[in-house]
Ligand binder design. Sequence first.
Ligand SMILES: NC(=O)c1ccc[n+]([C@@H]2O[C@H](COP(=O)([O-])OP(=O)(O)OC[C@H]3O[C@@H](n4cnc5c(N)ncnc54)[C@H](OP(=O)(O)O)[C@@H]3O)[C@@H](O)[C@H]2O)c1
Length: 336
Amino acid sequence: MPTNTRVIFKSHPEGMPVRENFEIEQIQTPPLEAGQFLLENQYLSLDPYMRMLMGGGWTYSGPGMTPGQLMVGRIIGKVIETRNADYAIGDHVVGRLGWQSHAISDGGDLDFKIEPKEGVPLSAYLGACGSTAVTGWVGVRIVGKPAQGETVLVSAAAGSVGSAAGQVAKAMGCRAVGIAGGAEKCRLVTEVFEFDACCDYKADDLAGQISQACPGGVDVYFDNVGGPVLDAALVNLNKYARVPVCGVLSAYNDRAEHYGVKNLHLVFDKTLCIQGFLLSDHTDKWAEARAELEGLVASGEMKYRETVAEGIENAPDAFIGMLNGANSGKQLVKLT
Ligand SMILES: NC(=O)c1ccc[n+]([C@@H]2O[C@H](COP(=O)([O-])OP(=O)(O)OC[C@H]3O[C@@H](n4cnc5c(N)ncnc54)[C@H](OP(=O)(O)O)[C@@H]3O)[C@@H](O)[C@H]2O)c1
């Protein structure tokens, strides 16, 4: 059986995680029991929720981690040995099996088995056809529900969830306007993801930028970040606007110092609907969403970017980089 290289959660970070919060270890993979199969992991997905898990307390993504535990994360694995008739050698699966080069599964802990589709690369099942894009799909289609011709504003628009959310809105006949950090990311949002405009939250006067980019106001604000960006969005919302709250990226590193949103009175003034949502509450929609996203990716209508680090040993640095905005689109680690 092969040696498994894995990343262990070593200690709780103070603010931004550092390399010392992680430890790399190698263990021998045990022999398979009846019903099990062995995966050689191909890709690991790195996501902001992992920072919340490193805090140790409650998170939207399950209980916080304790030191000594395998880092939580979703992988694409290839079956290389099997004692389970439903999983043949060469099958690819997606599941939350952790930051490791190999994993043993009995199928019960997986999200789904990949049915290969022409025009959809394997890695897309962690991004453009994976849980992040499905999150964007749910937030727009099920929660925000924009009508054709409405304006949808999306924060963290250069990232995996945000880029998908804007493109799903475009596919519904809406105008999509992004918010991202810096001129280069804004260019990515308009030129590659084909949003109609993008505002730079690191430049001055975000509220004024949004007002210029959305002359008819904003009907749906897809919020990935909270904080001052939410304040700037609130002043630009139209009456009866909807705000699907997907995440609070601005607060994951320092939850003790929560920013107090100043413009909450506008929820009443403008009769707004602000609604948090979790992907895990919409499992009944995953297959439908994935099928639509596969179609959009295969036809080339859905554009996506992947930032890919190489090797499980480099996962901690790639994760810290993602939290600092070094990624464009989906942050992955290629494991083989
Ligand atoms: N509700 C659910 O079930 C669910 C499921 C999956 C993901 N999510 C949430 O969706 C959001 C996006 O996740 P993702 O995987 O697509 O991550 P991502 O956008 O690919 O990566 C993080 C990006 O966030 C931006 N960012 C970091 N700190 C920020 C800050 N203080 N203010 C504004 N932007 C900041 C950076 O982009 P810039 O360089 O542009 O700043 C960075 O590239 C997160 O809040 C995540 O927790 C929720």
